[in-house]
Design a protein around this ligand. Structure first.
Ligand code: 5GP
Ligand code: MG
Ligand code: MG
Length: 184
């Protein structure tokens, strides 16, 4: 799916595919350096982090294992419910492992904060976070995020894994939607 297929739904492209690729290469180089000689498990948070996981994992030189979790924090709309539920847990026991959570976006930080305490209780050797996007103005809890792709304004974005009512995940870029899409 590209810009032309979106018709009038797209308002603007915020971060292009080229910018995403370049940023992931930078983050991968840092991660390679930080985890040299260690076994690393990267954990993708479904479904939004699918694209970041796929591209980041291939940009890494460090051999990694990959696992996935699905948690619910948002319904079909654009507002946080504040309630986190595990829809799919890890297949892996993370006790004693170096774990890196890979996220699409940190908005209020509530989901991630909950996930961090949940995974910490399982006794990993280390636990860090990598996110492609972060909205500093939306933060409700302070979270230490080691690898951040882009800090973005407090706007609802779609693309590159991020959806609005399950649509637009397959856009290769990150963009904002025209108000008429939300019924505005
Ligand atoms: P938080 O708990 O940090 O508020 O939100 C985390 C989750 O909410 C993200 O993983 C993502 O699924 C969803 N989310 C937050 N902000 C946005 C946004 O701007 N666009 C989309 N599509 N999803 C978002
Ligand atoms: Mg996410
Ligand atoms: Mg969503």
């Amino acid at each position: 799916m590209n810009e032309k297929d979106m018709g009038t739904d797209l308002e603007k492209v915020l971060i292009s595919k080229e910018e995403i690729d370049a940023k992931l290469a930078e983050l991968a180089a840092e991660i390679d350096k930080d985890y040299a000689g260690k076994d690393l498990l990267i954990v993708g948070v479904l479904k939004g982090a699918v694209m970041v996981m796929a591209d980041l994992a291939r940009a890494l030189s460090t051999p990694v294992t990959m696992d996935w979790m699905a948690v619910s924090s948002y319904g079909a709309g654009t507002k946080s419910s504040g309630v986190v539920r595990i829809l799919k847990d890890l297949d892996t026991d993370i006790a004693g492992k170096h774990v890196l959570i890979v996220e699409d976006i940190i908005d209020s930080g509530l989901t991630l904060s909950w996930l961090l305490s949940n995974l910490t209780s399982r006794g990993p050797a280390s636990l860090r976070v990598c996110t492609l996007l972060r909205k500093p103005e939306a933060a409700k809890v302070a979270i230490d995020v080691t690898y951040v792709g882009f800090d973005i304004p407090n706007e609802f974005v779609v693309g590159y894994g991020l959806d609005y009512a399950e649509k637009y995940r397959n856009l290769p870029f990150v963009g904002t939607l025209a108000p008429h899409v939300y019924g505005g």
